[in-house]
Design a protein around this ligand. Structure first.
Ligand code: T4K
Length: 391
């Protein structure tokens, strides 16, 4: 790792990169290898690899207990979990979602032949703005999907009030919010159901994986049926289901990672605080904050480059990439500007001013257990030099 002290030290000015190896956003957090390998041996000994195996059942119980919710239905990934939840809830027609989210939120609706209607967000939290949601309701609207982006809770009470008033279903994409709380209550039991992603890059991973959590017995039962082709016992299919099953080796990874949760949160929190300290006072550079009264996983360190920053967001990203720091412009340019939805709603941007502003300004920084304080300070120094404040 090379120290960056002056503008001449930057790789965009011809110097050697600060890091020899790329620093990634979303480097997987991995618990005890030894425990994982023991689980793998057990799986081989049992010869039970998939289809609601014992580790999947144990994993589901742990996820449900951890989030204080009655049911966890483990699924092969977060996107299929969203699709299953959307279908099990009987959503049709139009469903209101933020555009400022990972594309899977919109795709999961599109794949169920439902039109995602994009509503604007709150600049402070990057989650749905209830007033904007209200404006997008039409006679075809059947539901709302709030996204707890970056682990920040969506405005659950306001969205529930709107859903109740207009007789809409409400669910949450909680892909980023494993281990997070809202008003002291763990994410997982808001709305009709909530969906986690356990993708490799997430705070908590099962290689690939996801889950729907709910307190609704009937909904949980329907989703269990749906994820296994609609089988209700041998030779009896009662629903045109899909294959959304989680496999045993994925559940083993989840069980191992449960034991590492506290360590990962500590590492993430320390990195976040270091970024906060190192980037404080820079003109036009703002770190998205977390409510310290809540439980947070600090998985995403989100820098917002404002209009008074002397350097553009793209210039910062280019400079970081040149140093081998692969910071990301999540979730630029917004779902509404991606081809499938641009064609559907050519003028959506007119109703999404905050989404556009936020998407044009965000840089997500590398963090996680693969980073230490020294690395974070070196990354931050690149930004400080770029904006002309410091060494
Ligand atoms: N809803 C929301 C709000 C989501 O954010 C997501 C997923 C979903 C729903 C859907 O859940 P899943 O179906 O994925 O379970 C990544 C992830 O693929 C995606 O899961 C995640 N959101 C999204 C935020 O990030 P990309 O396109 O950025 O992935 P990629 O391949 O560029 O990887 C990101 C970085 O991580 C790279 O710098 C490389 C590094 N990486 C990646 C993997 C897979 C590693 O270091 N090791 C690895 O094993 O989407």
């Amino acid at each position: 790792m090379k120290r960056i002290q002056t503008i001449e030290d930057l790789a965009i000015n011809g110097a050697r990169p600060a890091f020899d190896q790329p620093l990634h956003v979303g480097r997987p957090n991995i618990g005890s290898r030894e425990t994982f390998l023991n689980y793998a041996e057990d799986i081989f000994d049992r010869r039970w690899l998939s289809n609601n195996g014992p580790l999947v059942q144990e994993f589901e119980q742990r996820v449900a207990d951890y989030h204080g919710v009655k049911h966890c239905v483990a699924i092969c990934n977060g996107t299929v979990a969203l699709e299953i939840a959307i279908r099990a809830l009987g959503l049709t027609g139009e469903v209101i979602v933020p555009s400022y989210t990972f594309i899977a939120t919109a795709h999961a609706l599109h794949w169920q032949a439902i039109t995602p209607v994009f509503a604007d967000i709150d600049e402070r939290t990057h989650t749905l703005d209830p007033a904007a949601v209200r404006n997008m309701i039409t006679p075809r609207t059947t539901g709302i999907i709030g996204v707890h982006l970056w682990g920040n809770s969506a405005p659950v009470e306001e969205l529930q009030a709107i859903a109740d008033e207009f007789n809409l279903k409400l669910m949450f994409d909680a892909a980023h919010a494993f281990g997070c709380s809202y008003k002291g209550k763990m994410i997982g039991s808001f709305g009709s159901c909530e969906v986690f992603s356990f993708h490799a890059t997430k705070f908590f991973n099962t290689f690939e994986g996801g889950a729907v959590v709910t307190n609704d017995d009937e909904l949980a039962e329907t989703m269990r049926l749906m994820r296994n082709f609609g089988f209700a016992g041998f030779d009896n299919v009662i629903y045109p289901g899909t294959n959304g099953k989680m496999i045993e080796i994925a559940a083993a990874m989840g069980l191992v990672n449960f034991d590492a949760i506290d360590d990962v949160i500590s590492a993430n929190r320390l990195n976040y605080q270091t970024y906060q300290k190192e980037l404080s006072g820079l003109p036009g550079i703002r770190l998205l904050s977390f409510d310290e009264a809540e439980r947070n996983n600090y998985q995403y360190v989100v820098v917002q480059v404002e209009s008074d920053c002397p350097v553009s967001r793209d210039r910062i990203v280019d400079a970081l990439h040149a140093e081998n720091v692969l910071a990301r412009k999540y979730f630029w340019p917004g779902c509404h500007k991606m081809k499938p939805y641009r064609e559907l709603f050519p003028h959506a941007g007119l109703l999404l001013p905050i989404t556009q502003k936020v998407a044009d300004g965000v840089v997500v920084m590398p963090t996680g257990t693969a980073m230490d304080g020294e690395m974070v300070r070196a990354v931050a120094s690149i930004i400080r030099i770029l904006v002309g404040k410091g060494s």
